[in-house]
Ligand binder design. Structure first.
Ligand code: GZL
Length: 306
C-alpha cells in the first residue's frame, strides 16, 4: 500500500457545521432519486453543507467526483460506489487525504479494501438475502417448476453480484427451477424492457422472470404485454426494491412480489457519522432490514412508497 497511508482511519473531529460530500451514481430511477432526497433532507435538517455530485452512470466520473470533493476538503464523504472495483482508487485517495468515507447502499470489492481500515463502514441491505427471498417466493409461486429469465443489475455492482448469488444458491436445492437466460439490464427500465424482449423471443418456453430491481421488472412487464402475453399468468415475475410502480403492479396482478430495498438512507447515514465523530466503534456493516411486499400487503404499503 502506498506510503503516507494512515495506519488507522482518518479522524472526524467534533464540529458544529460539517461540509459533507455525497457522491451519487446516477438519477435515472425512483430508487436513486428517493435516496438522494433522503440524504439532502437530513443534511438540511441537521444544518450541514452537502456537496452533492451525480456520476450519470459513469464509475470513472464518480471517481472524479470524489477527487473534487477531496480538493474541496470536505469533512467526510458518503459514497454509493457504482461498481465494486473502479471506486477503490477514490476510497484510497480520500483515506490518503485524511477524509473518512462511509459507503452507502453499494459496497466495494472486499479483497481490495476493508471497513475499519480503508473506509468507516458499509450501510446497506443484505443483497444475498434479498436474492434468496426472491427465489423462495418464486419457488412457492411456481410449485418448484419454472424456466427463469434473470434480469441482472449493473454489471460489477455489489447488488447485482449478490442478488444473483443469493437467488442461484437458493435454487440449487430445487432442480425444477431452471435459469434459461441471464443478462444485465443495468437496473434501468428501458434496458430491462429491451433485454426481456430479446430473451423472451429466444426462450418462448420461459415461465418466470427474476429482475434485480423493480425498474427492470416494469420494463419486462411492458415487453411481455408487447408480445401478447399476460404478466402474472403466462409469465410470473419477482423483483426487488418496493417502488410505487411495483406495488401498483402487484395490486394489478402483473408483478408477484418484490423484496424491499429501502432507499431512505439519510437518518441512518448522518447518525452513523455523528457516532463516528464521537469516537464510537462503528461496525463494519450497518445493516438495513428489508420488508417483503406481495398481494397481501401491497395496498396498505403503497401509501409510503416512492
Ligand atoms: C440497491 C441499489 C440499487 C437498487 C436499484 O442498494 O444500489 O440501485 O436496487 C438502484 O434500483 O439502481
Amino acid at each position: 500500500v502506498g506510503a503516507g497511508f494512515a495506519a488507522e482511519l482518518p479522524k472526524l473531529e467534533q464540529k458544529a457545521k460539517y461540509k459533507v460530500g455525497f457522491a451519487q451514481t446516477e438519477s435515472n430511477n425512483p430508487w436513486r432519486i428517493a435516496q438522494t432526497e433522503s440524504m439532502k433532507a437530513e443534511a438540511e435538517k441537521l444544518g450541514y453543507q452537502l456537496v452533492y455530485t451525480d456520476a450519470a452512470g459513469s464509475a470513472a466520473k464518480q471517481v472524479a467526483d470524489v477527487n473534487s470533493m477531496i480538493a474541496q476538503k470536505v469533512d467526510l464523504i458518503f459514497l454509493a460506489p457504482r461498481e465494486e472495483k473502479p471506486l477503490i482508487p477514490a476510497v484510497m485517495a480520500a483515506k490518503k487525504a485524511g477524509i473518512p468515507v462511509i459507503l452507502l447502499d453499494r459496497n466495494v470489492d472486499q479483497k481490495l479494501a476493508q471497513a475499519g481500515k480503508d473506509y468507516v463502514t458499509f450501510i446497506g441491505s443484505d443483497f444475498v438475502d434479498e436474492g434468496r427471498r426472491a427465489a423462495e417466493w418464486l419457488i412457492g409461486a411456481t410449485n418448484g417448476k419454472a424456466k427463469i429469465i434473470q434480469l441482472e443489475g449493473t454489471t460489477g455492482s455489489s447488488p447485482a453480484n449478490d442478488r444473483r448469488k443469493g437467488f442461484e444458491e437458493a435454487l440449487k436445492s430445487h432442480p425444477g427451477m431452471e435459469i434459461v437466460a441471464s443478462q444485465s439490464g443495468d437496473f434501468a427500465r428501458d434496458k430491462g424492457r429491451q433485454v426481456a424482449e430479446t430473451l423472451l423471443q429466444a426462450h418462448p418456453d420461459a415461465t418466470a422472470i427474476y429482475a434485480h430491481n423493480d425498474e427492470m421488472a416494469m420494463g419486462a412487464i411492458a415487453a411481455i404485454e408487447a408480445a401478447g402475453k399476460v404478466p402474472g399468468k403466462d409469465i410470473v415475475l419477482v423483483s426487488i426494491d418496493g417502488t410505487r410502480d411495483a406495488l401498483q403492479a402487484i395490486i394489478d396482478g402483473k408483478l408477484g412480489a418484490t423484496v424491499e430495498c429501502n432507499p431512505r438512507f439519510g437518518p441512518k447515514a448522518f447518525a452513523t457519522m455523528a457516532a463516528y465523530a464521537k469516537g464510537e466503534k462503528i461496525p463494519a456493516w450497518v445493516k438495513n432490514d428489508d420488508k417483503f411486499f406481495d398481494a397481501s400487503n401491497a395496498r396498505e404499503e403503497i401509501a409510503n412508497a416512492y
